[in-house]
Design a protein around this ligand. Structure first.
Ligand code: GCU
Length: 673
């Protein structure tokens, strides 16, 4: 008996040890040196967190004194901070916490903690969880929700609390200060008393890490939950219902962040059902939240079956409303005009709404980029969007500058990312998908950061020291040459590789719909459901050529962009190759800038993607001495599946398109750059 108990204990200890590897994210525990923390601030939960982090993670001089100073300083914006090797100064407690994490990050990545000032690019840096009250996660590939449970028992267990704190800590370490904890396709019951009690329980755990809790709300809640006859935003009873709901929420959660709303979009109810505008709907909710300093994030992801070119609808609906929103409304715009495709041009709404707070929404979960099977480091995609020039206020009016207050005097600035977290031990399904959560936070803090630096930091924090001490690994030249350099390059190439084997040259929305947007499906269309779901709608392939004509001769979506961009995109000879088939319909023998025909270039991209996926396998195989066995095997398995997916994409798409091009698949073509 004793022996059995002993072996069970041993087994669970070894299971626990194994499970350790993925779940710690980039916050690995190391042997900390003693440190003395002195502070001028009043004791508070956030300050206690900052102090504890220093004590747990200090890698500097043993016995050093670190001073946390809470003081106003004109140069410090929002939750920004000044750091020096001996202290942090900030004007908010959250700022002190972020400064502490920066100090520790520099120590752990082997950088010197020189004196520095850092201000966040955006005031609000939020995760949007598409988590349903039944515990499922829309477009989630990492298990069930960390917030909601199927059984709806509403009992908050200790395990829940620990997990929510770990989650909040990871967010705080990269500066994320808000979480919308339910799906944008919101259930009205989220606003019922029993669900609000659980929201409060979550908020209580996130608060000590400076993370505020928000909810996505269904616009028709007054009717569906409140039993009113209507949810018309101008109806006095509806206005009153939202006011008292706001009061009820703030009574329990005094620092509640606000509402995220998907309305009059994809079949969701909204103000348009009552002949009202987005502004009418958003302003009514904004007024209800105003007394408590709450925000409304109103999504501009709208499209309807009648629209001829879905890419144009958001701009058409929202630009006429510019300047009509209350100052506590932020219009939340997806990075591209269609829907989180592997590559989209930036949404023309950025920079076009000059008198409204506008925030970018990125998708961290890989709905269209291979779920949690394919390795795709998305930082490069977001960097590309943020650095795109809108020309709206002259050259240099990048998406980043048009949304962070540099170009227009926005009342509020924010950035949101659709989260990729779930109950999986490693949080995100793929160990490398953790890097996307990390990267989102880093870019929301500093929208000028380079992906190479983000990858470098993440790899050092996540893998250095996995087989020894972190500090020594980062200065070990073998580790740097044999692990860091090749794996970083793999990350930086990874999103382009996915594009190459799935949707190169501006192709989009040709994935399988029946497999949850996974794998190829250029042939797919459900019978007669909606105008934009006919076979080939998005790629328009025929014997005449391929691509969606959005030039002036086509849908004229190009005219939603500012000159000189509009003219550049309108002409296939000046349109960048990456967006070629997004904006142009071209013959199969169209001569590309490389000299290849369009068909040959398409074939070369698909082939290159397959080669890249295979190369990733070879790179990873070499890293075995530097990675713990569990993560090495997990990533190796994922990369093997990814290679298979790449071949499937290539074969399926080329065979499908070949029935129109009638051209042979070349044995060898010069691969495009
Ligand atoms: C995509 C996604 C949906 C989601 C929607 C949204 O269309 O497939 O699951 O609800 O985006 O952003 O609202």
């Amino acid at each position: 008996m004793k022996r059995i108990i002993f072996s069970v204990l041993l087994l669970s200890a070894s299971l626990l040890a194994k499970a350790e590897d993925g779940h710690q994210l980039w916050l690995r525990s190391h042997q900390a040196a003693p440190v003395k923390v002195v502070t001028t601030a009043k004791n508070s939960a956030v300050l206690a967190t900052a102090r504890q982090e220093l004590q747990q993670g200090w890698q500097g001089n043993p016995g050093a004194t670190v001073t946390l100073t809470l003081r106003k300083d004109k140069a410090i914006k929002y939750d920004g901070y000044r750091i020096s090797p001996t202290g942090v100064q900030a004007s908010t407690e959250a700022g002190l916490l972020y400064g502490v994490f920066e100090l520790l990050r520099r120590q752990q990545t082997g950088q010197t903690a020189q004196a520095d000032l850092s201000n966040p690019s955006y005031e609000y840096r939020l995760l949007n969880h598409w988590d349903n009250p039944d515990g499922s996660v829309e477009r989630g590939y990492a298990g069930q929700s960390i917030f909601w449970r199927k059984d709806s028992s509403f009992v908050t267990t200790n395990r829940d609390k620990v997990r929510w704190r770990e989650y909040a800590r990871a967010n705080a370490s990269v500066g994320i200060n808000g979480a919308v904890i339910n799906n944008v396709n919101a259930s009205p019951k989220i606003l019922s008393a029993e669900y609000l009690a659980r929201v409060k329980a979550v908020a209580d755990e996130l608060r000590p890490y400076g993370v505020k809790t928000y909810l996505a709300v269904k616009f028709s809640s007054p009717a569906l939950l409140g039993g009113l006859k209507t949810s018309d935003p101008l109806d006095p009873a509806v206005v009153k219902w939202w006011q008292s709901k706001a009061k009820e929420i703030y009574r329990q959660i005094p620092d509640f962040g606000g509402f995220l709303v998907k309305a009059s979009s994809e079949g969701q109810p909204g103000p348009q059902d009552y002949g009202r505008t987005h502004a009418d709907g958003a302003n009514m909710l904004a007024d209800a939240l105003k007394p408590y300093h709450g925000l409304v994030m109103w999504r501009a992801f709208v499209y309807s079956p009648t629209d001829k070119d879905r890419a144009k609808q958001a701009y058409n609906e929202f630009v006429p409303l510019d300047g009509k929103f209350r100052d506590n409304v932020i219009v939340q715009v997806k990075n591209g005009p269609v829907d989180f495709q592997p590559r989209e041009p930036f949404s023309p709404l950025f920079g076009a709404m000059k008198k409204t707070s506008v925030m970018p929404e990125f998708q961290i979960t890989q709905e269209y980029l291979g779920h949690s099977t394919d390795l795709a480091f998305l930082s490069t995609m977001w960097e590309e969007c943020l650095q795109s020039d809108t020309y709206q206020a002259g050259p240099g009016s990048t998406v980043a500058r048009c949304t962070d207050g540099s170009v227009y005097p926005q009342k509020h600035t924010a950035m949101a990312g659709v989260a990729n977290t779930g109950l999986d031990r490693n949080w995100t399904g793929h160990d490398f998908a953790q890097a996307n959560w990390y990267a989102f936070g880093r870019l929301a803090w500093n929208n000028q950061m380079k992906s190479a630096q983000i990858a470098d930091e993440w790899l050092k924090l996540t893998f250095a020291g996995a087989t020894g001490s972190a500090a020594s690994a980062t200065t070990d030249s073998n580790w740097n040459t044999n692990f860091l350099a090749p794996v970083k390059q793999m990350m930086l190439d990874s999103r382009e590789a996915v594009l190459n084997y799935s949707m190169p040259l501006g192709l989009h929305h040709i994935m399988s719909a029946t497999r949850g947007h996974y794998g190829p499906g250029p042939w797919w269309a459900p019978p007669k459901m909606r105008a934009d779901w006919t076979p080939g709608y998005y790629h328009q392939a025929s014997e005449n050529g391929v691509g969606f004509d959005r030039t002036k001769a086509g849908s004229d979506a190009v005219s939603q962009y500012h000159e000189p961009l509009a003219s550049q995109l309108n002409n296939p000879n000046t349109c960048p190759d990456e967006y070629l088939l997004w904006f142009n319909h071209l013959p199969w023998d169209f001569k590309m800038k490389s000299g290849n025909t369009l068909w040959n270039e398409l074939c070369a991209h698909y082939d290159k993607g397959v080669q890249q996926a295979r190369q990733f396998q070879r790179i990873w195989d070499q890293t075995q001495p530097y990675v713990d066995a569990e993560r090495f095997a997990a990533v190796q398995n994922k990369l093997r599946s990814q290679s298979g997916n790449a071949v499937q994409w290539k074969d399926a798409c080329l065979l499908y398109f070949q029935q129109f091009s009638h051209m042979p698949i070349p044995a060898t073509v010069e691969p495009p750059m």
